[in-house]
Design a protein around this ligand. Structure first.
Ligand SMILES: [Zn+2]
Length: 323
């Protein structure tokens, strides 16, 4: 069998996978699409294997950044094999599918016999509205150890006909591969605390976790900004975009693309899923934060992870040679 072939799974791209290579095995599975062609077209669009962002002037976001158009995935693409399961799921949930494949310990059957596997489910939202992830076990505060790495799984709710929101793929892989936490604010006694790499309990803990990148701006911020400007889509924070008048509160709501300071790593109070609301996050906004809501003036949600998250991602990706 050639190196890019697999007895069950299919290669997403011709002449690209190498089963023997030291790579993360990303396994895509579809559910709810009209047929495999529609599923694959959705996957191809959202992964942007060519690494190129796609202008879409009629859309809300205007310029679509698929997974491999976003750093660090763009420059680290060779660390991934890209597979898909040849049938859509019908009578099984994604979670049960993962258990079935992961817990199959007969012979070499676990995860289809692939090491460092992670599952990414594409769900047609007409059937299943939620995007969510089971995180990996990358430990906060210490260097990751390859032999104990266990990647999780993620589902993304993606319409075949709407490109907006495709950065959710990179966001969910932030959880399932790198164990990054959500940075948006959800607070309440009924929630479960989700502290971790990018959500700290105290400023002391925050300094231990991401103090090494304090003051840094993820270089991809500048790349993204340049591309938005070049395509005529940049909304500068000095001239924010009017969204709506909130008559109840008598205020105008504006949005803008985040300025440099809003993506510079530091210690921003609040964020993440916590019972108490006491937490610190690295940047005002980032790809792990989708606080892009219409009831307050706020920067748009950028396809930029920020330096604190990039540090964690590279510590994992550096464990794989890609060869
Ligand atoms: Zn999330």
């Amino acid at each position: 069998m050639p190196a890019d072939a697999h007895p069950v799974l299919r290669a997403l791209e011709p002449d690209y996978n190498n089963r023997q290579a030291d790579r993360i095995n990303l396994i895509m599975v579809g559910k709810g699409y009209q047929n495999m062609d529609e599923f694959l077209a959705t996957v191809h669009r959202d992964l942007a294997f060519d690494g190129v962002e796609k202008p879409s002037p009629e859309s809300i976001e205007k310029l679509h950044f698929g997974l491999f158009a976003i750093e660090p995935f763009k420059s680290q693409k060779s660390k991934f094999n890209l597979w898909y399961y040849p049938e859509q799921l019908t009578n099984i949930s994604p979670a049960d599918f993962v258990s079935q494949k992961r817990d199959d310990l007969t012979g070499n059957a676990r995860d289809f016999g692939l090491p460092f596997a992670t599952y990414l489910f594409f769900l047609n939202p007409t059937g299943d509205p939620q995007s969510f992830a089971y995180p990996s076990n990358v430990p906060p505060g210490v260097a990751p150890f390859k032999n104990t790495l266990l990647f999780g799984s993620a589902t993304v709710a993606r319409y075949p006909t709407i490109g907006d929101g495709m950065a959710v793929v990179a966001h969910e892989l932030g959880h399932s591969i790198f164990n990054l936490r959500d940075e948006y604010v959800r607070t309440g006694p009924d929630l479960t605390d989700r502290y971790g790499h990018n959500i700290a309990r105290t400023t002391n803990e925050a300094r231990q976790l991401w103090g090494s990148v304090e003051g840094q701006v993820d270089p991809f911020y500048y790349t993204w900004k340049e591309k938005m400007i070049a395509n005529g889509f940049w909304i500068d924070s000095s001239t924010p975009l009017f969204i709506q008048h909130d008559a109840k509160r008598g205020i105008d709501i504006y949005t803008w693309h985040p300025n440099e300071e809003e993506i510079r790593a530091g210690y921003v109070q609040g964020g993440g899923i916590t019972t108490t609301g006491i937490s610190w996050r690295p940047t005002k906004t980032s790809l792990m934060n989708n606080e892009d809501i219409l009831d307050k003036s706020w920067p748009k949600f950028p396809p930029v992870f920020g330096s604190a998250n990039r540090r964690v991602m590279h510590s994992v990706l550096d464990l794989f040679s890609g060869n």
